[in-house]
Design a protein around this ligand. Structure first.
Ligand code: HEM
Length: 120
């Protein structure tokens, strides 16, 4: 999928759109650091690697261990849904075919639910 959608620049732009929404969302903004530069770089690097591009993310940060890395943040259903809405919008505005949009959204839906670490 990495090459098909346009390589690193497509993922960097996806993450830029995602974080523009995060920065404006009162449910999400407090969870993130003031400066989002590193957050963007890590998320883009992770997605590039996950979807078949270069593995620079793990060379720099090691195994993703996403649940462990999210343990410091209280993620309940509200935060999960806010996060998914933000990535949903970013994916849908990425110029992909309906099939490719569905592929990404199925993954993000599953992954976001897996990150919940607070009881309902
Ligand atoms: C379910 C709601 C989620 C919330 C509220 C959330 C929130 C966060 C926060 C607060 C950070 C730390 C940012 C920083 O310190 O710069 C982070 C990092 C990260 N998140 Fe999420 N996240 C969620 C789901 C996900 C999902 C589903 C993925 C992957 C598909 C993901 C991928 C990442 C990555 C790769 C990092 C950087 C990890 C690193 O330090 O290398 N997150 N997230």
């Amino acid at each position: 999928m990495h090459a098909k959608v346009g390589g690193d620049p497509w993922f960097v732009a996806l993450v830029d759109r995602f974080y523009a929404t995060v920065a404006d969302d009162p449910r999400l903004r407090p969870l993130y650091p003031e400066d989002l530069t590193e957050s963007k770089a890590h998320f883009a690097g992770f997605l590039i690697q996950y979807w078949g591009g270069p593995d620079t993310y793990s060379q720099q940060r090691g195994h993703p261990r996403l649940r462990m890395r999210h343990a410091p943040f209280a993620i309940g259903q509200v935060e999960r849904d806010a996060w998914f809405e933000a990535i949903d919008g970013a994916v849908r505005s990425g110029g992909l075919s309906d099939d490719d949009i569905a592929t990404f959204l199925a993954y993000f839906d599953m992954a976001a639910t897996a990150m919940i670490n607070q009881p309902a």
